[in-house]
Design a protein around this ligand. Structure first.
Ligand code: NAP
Length: 251
């Protein structure tokens, strides 16, 4: 069996790193492209991982805000692997600029426009099947429960009092992108998911320690849950907004 070819953006740390780790420790074979805007950080991250026999990691420079970097990364994946089986749009930010309009612009740029640009560049590779058989093709957008409009208006929601308007808007728009791609790619055999990795201890805001005190889960939980999607365990939830625990969320 040939290895599934996967690209994870923003994979030098946090949830992206844990997704790569979960994949290369899986009994199934993967060739993972670890996307990192700073290639040295990507190499350091890759060096700390120990792929099982049959799996491998290539570090690819990928600044999701740069058209040139995206095009170069797509050319690298094409040259090294000839196709892409799974794209995980994971890179994301919480912007803390003092001015709300600047925050909105910066946040939309990385959390919404950049994944649109990355998917657009990689769609031709996502629809190529390997010569030795059919691969499970999947496109995953790492979203957030904060992007759920249904939860925003639910006073019983855990995050009802969290403002984060710019971040919420960016992830709501990302969810619409996932829904549109689910339609666009259904006839190409690509299953699309918007994925909420839950509240986890990363450096997205504050420190991992501070986040743990607020009840954050370990990012490895998100990484393993994303691997379940990649390995087809959540295929019944295709075209949905999915949580880590096997349920789907209100859009
Ligand atoms: N942590 C949570 O509780 C939580 C909850 C819901 C959703 N999420 C989502 O999960 C995803 C990963 O977040 P995380 O918690 O793992 O945060 P993180 O630890 O801050 O990691 C974010 C990653 O995105 C990368 N990134 C940022 N801007 C980039 C750019 N322009 N080009 C390429 N990479 C870029 C970062 O690279 P650098 O190291 O170079 O900055 C880093 O690798 C995000 O989409 C986030 O919105 C997180």
């Amino acid at each position: 069996m040939s290895a599934s070819v996967v690209l994870v953006t923003g994979a030098n740390r946090g949830i992206g790193y844990e997704i790569v780790k979960a994949l290369v420790e899986s009994p199934l074979p993967y060739h993972v492209f670890l996307g990192s805007r700073d290639v040295n950080k990507g190499k350091t991250a890759a060096a700390s991982l120990h792929p099982r026999s049959g799996s491998s990691i290539s570090v690819v420079q990928l600044d999701v805000s740069s058209s040139e970097s995206i095009a170069n990364a797509a050319a690298t994946v094409k040259a090294e692997a000839g196709r892409l089986d799974v794209l995980v749009n994971n890179a994301g930010i919480v912007d803390d600029s003092p001015d709300s309009l600047t925050r909105l612009r910066n946040t939309l740029e990385i959390n919404t426009i950049a994944p649109f640009a990355v998917t657009t560049a990689f769609k031709p590779l996502l629809t190529v099947q390997p010569e030795d058989g059919v691969k499970g093709k999947r496109l995953i957008y790492v979203s957030s429960g904060l992007g759920s409009i249904g939860q925003r208006v639910d006073s019983k929601s855990r995050y009802y009092s969290v403002p984060a308007v710019e971040y919420r808007m960016s992830k709501t728009a990302l969810n619409m992108l996932a829904a549109c791609d689910a339609f666009d790619l259904k006839d190409h055999g690509v299953k699309v998911f918007a994925f909420d990795p839950e509240f986890v201890a990363t450096e997205l805001t504050h420190s991992p320690e501070e986040r743990r005190k607020l009840g954050a889960l370990e990012p490895s939980v998100s990484g393993e849950s994303c691997r379940d999607i990649i390995e087809g365990k959540r295929d019944a939830d295709t075209s949905k907004f999915v949580s880590i625990n096997g349920t789907d969320l209100l859009w």
